[in-house]
Design a protein around this ligand. Structure first.
Ligand code: ATP
Length: 327
């Protein structure tokens, strides 16, 4: 099966071809980089309008005419961006006369890790820009085992760096700056299976304003935020009895987060897998990979029913493909 995937939920305009026979995934992406501040929905949509035809064109040149279906991100994401991606996907599916597959972006962040790890029934930590949650498959759906009570984890970090006047995205800059830091006290909020990032984000801004060295604040922000994610991940493993953890999302590119999760898994005898960075940040490869599974399961949609959903939750998706065993 050869699936052309299109992604464009927020900042990354991306197209990919996944071929199930070779397990090769060819990805072409163009990032939107805000000149100042964070992601502006209108500017992001303008970026999609310009960049989606480019990346799709390049992938089509690579793919030739041998394409079985077109898969696209239906949500969650920014409405104006989603609508442009969906329009491109519908046009392409009609033009090539192949079915359309509507993919949930968060389930794709999870399934790519299951695909690259070969794990059967993992718990998944999605640590992305606009989201943060633990998912596990049970009875036909991915269940949300724990999630953020306020902002996404990457967005919290980006809001802190915006306060410092650093350019978007802030995550890699905090990682770099944290190398020279020492621990100072910052809030740590885990309630049951959920975590909160807005308090620590405000406290980090105040600490810098009060003269605490920025490298110490970056170090401590990472330690606390990632420990919250690791604590709830461990609790999710313990609760479900699962012994496999996969990581997804752009914040998953952070080496400190990965080493904390790997250490936690090792201590409890669980296997840990983080996909390579090109599959962690937003990318159409993960849309094409899940799109292929859905297509093979007959899970396609008519153009008339392919409306986007900016608030599409992962537990709304009825899983039609083989998602392994229950956690
Ligand atoms: P979602 O998938 O929830 O829609 P998103 O579209 O914003 O989120 P991702 O590509 O998954 O995107 O993640 C982007 C986020 O990853 C940004 O907030 C960015 O700061 C963060 N990020 C990127 N690299 C790192 C890093 N090395 N350390 C921490 N955070 C990082």
């Amino acid at each position: 099966t050869r699936i052309l995937g299109i992604e464009g939920t927020a900042w990354c305009a991306s197209a990919a071809l996944h071929d199930t026979a070779t397990d090769e995934t060819y990805i072409e992406s163009e990032a939107y980089e805000p000149e100042s501040g964070g992601i502006h929905p209108r500017e992001a949509a303008e970026h999609m309008r310009e960049a989606i035809p480019d990346v799709v064109g390049t992938v089509r040149e690579h793919a030739g005419d041998d394409i079985d279906a077109v898969a696209f991100s239906r949500g969650p994401g920014l409405g104006p961006c989603l609508r442009i991606v969906a329009t491109a996907a519908r046009a392409l599916s009609l033009r090539l006369d192949v079915p359309l597959v509507g993919v949930n972006h968060m389930v794709a962040h999870l399934e790519i890790g299951r695909h690259t790890s070969g794990f059967d029934s993992p718990v998944c930590l999605n640590a992305s820009g606009a989201n943060a949650h633990l998912l596990g498959y049970r009875n036909g759906r991915y269940r949300v085992l724990g999630e953020t009570m306020d902002t996404g984890v990457g967005n919290a970090i980006d809001k802190f760096t915006r306060h410092l006047g650093w350019s978007h995205p802030g995550g890699p800059k905090v990682e770099e700056c944290a190398r020279a830091g020492e621990y100072v006290d910052l809030p740590y909020v885990v309630k049951g299976m959920d975590f909160s990032f807005s308090g620590i984000m405000s406290a980090a801004k105040h600490a810098v304003d009060d003269g605490v060295p920025v490298e110490d604040v970056c170090f401590s922000l990472q330690e606390n935020v990632f420990a919250m994610l690791a604590e709830v991940s461990e609790r999710a493993l313990s609760l479900t009895g699962a012994d496999e953890l996969v990581l997804g999302g752009g914040v998953g590119q952070n080496t400190r987060l990965r080493s904390m999760l790997a250490e936690m898994c090792e201590a409890r005898g669980a296997d840990f897998h983080a996909p390579e960075p090109r599959f962690l940040r937003d990318n159409a490869g993960m849309i094409a990979v899940l799109g292929a599974r859905m297509y093979e399961a007959g899970d396609t949609i008519a153009v008339a029913e392919s409306a986007v959903d900016p608030d599409f939750r992962p537990d709304e998706v009825e899983v039609t493909w083989d998602a392994g065993g229950d956690v």
